[in-house]
Each structure stands twice: as structure tokens, then as C-alpha cells.
Design a protein around this ligand. Structure first.
Ligand code: CO
Length: 308
């Protein structure tokens, strides 16, 4: 268990460095691609691997916007920019998100404070014996107290080696079906989202994140089989961006889109739609990765106030 926690801490250090860089880089006019690429490079430079593409989700986009190849998005003058970053060390995953209030607007700051207060309240209860829905209850209370709503169809998730969404789910409200109890050795990503909208996300049309799901070779030309093998080998079952396929030269650039579409149709790949608040209202998010021990927890992605 000792060694497992060490691996989580190493993954956490890479994410902390990348979060610091994201804060530094985020200025009006800076391309999302620059932020994503540099943060991902930072994780690799720290000696960790990437556990999912850097998500840079603006305002009503709650999650899963990772700039695609050729993205034109730039940081606007104001708004809520959520940066969600993931690394792994030997498959042990650190997953953490911050929301950057671009111009410091006080109204937007309340969104940040609400999601952060929800996360802080949950961390207080992060010890063996707590039930997952009890975390949801304190998350929702903290957010509602600030005049906002939690997003109820998003939540935290258990982490296992090379598995980003491993079974157990931490609801962002008191959803009493989630009765599982926290126990020593468990690792979770806890991620409250706060909004002034209805408190639900819907699938947007855009898709920028994929994941290798299963091998299929029946009726598949050898060229496609070789691309499938390369994707499986490079990314295992962790989410990836088509940018990475280009970066690692796994598929000729002119074919990337077409090959991905074939693999999605054949269910070789899962896809993750951009998630948008149902009533298009702004969303904030804070997230930490937390590993439980016998009497408490280790936050492997740091609560340094300068960073959050
Ligand atoms: Co995350």
C-alpha cells in the first residue's frame, strides 16, 4: 500500500506542476492549444504519463473540451475557464481541476468559491467509514448556500490502476443509492461542479476525446488493424486526444479523422461528447485526487491556496 500511495503522490506532483503552468499561461488571447500542449508536455517532463487530454472548458461547457488539431479557441477577456488535468505514474492516476476566473469578476468568483467550498466540505469527510452519498450531501449544501446548484449528473469517481472511472461514483448531491463506504487504500477523484443553471449537463455535438474500448479484427483491413494496435499500445484504455495520434505519428494526419470515425462505428473506440450545462449557464469546477489511509487521507494534488 505504501508503494501505491507513493505512485499516486508522484502522479500528483506532475499534475500540480501542470496546474501551476495552466494558471500562469491563462491570459486573454492565449490559444487553448498552447495551454493544453504545454501542460501535457509538463506532465511528461515531470516523468509521469498522461491519463487523459487536458480539458479546457469555458463557461457553460462543463467538461470534455480538449482542443482538437487546428483548434482556433483563445482565452477570452472574461469568463470561467476550467482546466482539468490528469497524469499517471505506473498507472496510478492523479486527476485535478481548477477554475480560473479570467478577469476576477466578483460574480464569477462566487461560482469558484462555491465549487471549492463543496470540495473542501467533502475532503473534511474523506475518511474510512464515510458513505459516498454523505460526500454528495455536504457538496450540495456548500454550493446551495452560495446561491448556486450542483450539477447532479456529473460526479467524482473511484480510481484504479489504468482505470480513470473505476466503478464507484461520488454524487454531487445526496443521492442515497450511492451507499458504498470509503475504505483505506481507496483512491477517488472528487469533483463538485456549481452553476446558476438547472444543474444538469447535456451532450454537445462536438467530440474531442476518445478511448480504446475493445479489439475487433473481423472484416477489418490490415491497415486499420495496425492503427488499432498502435492506439491500444500507446494509450491503453485511457482517454486520448487525436492531437496525440498526430504527435506520436500513429496515423498519417490526413487519415486521422476518418480512421477514428470508423473505429467509433465499430465500437473499437468510445467517444466523450463535450458536456454543456442544459440551460447554457456558467459552470465552475474544482477537483482533487484523494487517497485514503487508515485514519484519514492524502490529497495528492495539493490544496496550495496560490494554485487554487
Ligand atoms: Co478531472
Amino acid at each position: 500500500m505504501e508503494e501505491k500511495v507513493e505512485n499516486y503522490i508522484k502522479a500528483g506532483k506532475a499534475v500540480i506542476a501542470a496546474k501551476r503552468l495552466a494558471r500562469k499561461l491563462t491570459k486573454p488571447g492565449v490559444p487553448f492549444l498552447e495551454i493544453a500542449n504545454k501542460c501535457e508536455e509538463e506532465i511528461l517532463k515531470q516523468g509521469a504519463g498522461l491519463s487523459f487530454p487536458v480539458n479546457i472548458s469555458l463557461n457553460e461547457i462543463a467538461a470534455h473540451y480538449s482542443p482538437p488539431i487546428g483548434d482556433k479557441s483563445i482565452v477570452p477577456e472574461k469568463g470561467l475557464l476550467k482546466v482539468d488535468i490528469g497524469s499517471h505514474f505506473k498507472g496510478y492516476i492523479a486527476d485535478s481541476a481548477i477554475t480560473i476566473n479570467i478577469d476576477g469578476d466578483p460574480l464569477f468568483q462566487n461560482y469558484c468559491n462555491a465549487a471549492k467550498a463543496g470540495l473542501d466540505a467533502a475532503i473534511e469527510l474523506f475518511k474510512p467509514g464515510t458513505r459516498l452519498y454523505e460526500l454528495g450531501e455536504v457538496i450540495a449544501d456548500a454550493i446551495i448556500q452560495r446561491g448556486l446548484k450542483p450539477i447532479t449528473n456529473l460526479g467524482g469517481h473511484q480510481l484504479e490502476q489504468y482505470d480513470l472511472h473505476a466503478g464507484a461514483f461520488i454524487p454531487n448531491y445526496k443521492q442515497t443509492t450511492h451507499t458504498k463506504v470509503l475504505k483505506p487504500g481507496d483512491a477517488y477523484a472528487c469533483e463538485p461542479f456549481a452553476t446558476s443553471g438547472r444543474g444538469q449537463v447535456r451532450n454537445g455535438k462536438e467530440i474531442y476525446i476518445y478511448r480504446f474500448a475493445r479489439r475487433k479484427t473481423k472484416n477489418m483491413p490490415y491497415e486499420l488493424q495496425s492503427y488499432m494496435n498502435k492506439i491500444e499500445k500507446s494509450f491503453k484504455h485511457l482517454p486520448f486526444s487525436p492531437r496525440w495520434i498526430k504527435r506520436e505519428n500513429l496515423i498519417p494526419e490526413s487519415k486521422i479523422e476518418r480512421v477514428i470515425n470508423v473505429f467509433v462505428r465499430k465500437r473499437v473506440l468510445d467517444q466523450y461528447n463535450v458536456l454543456i450545462e442544459r440551460t447554457n449557464q456558467p459552470v465552475s469546477q474544482f477537483e482533487h485526487t484523494i487517497v485514503l489511509d487508515n485514519d484519514g487521507n492524502t490529497i495528492v494534488t495539493t490544496r496550495d491556496p496560490n494554485l487554487e
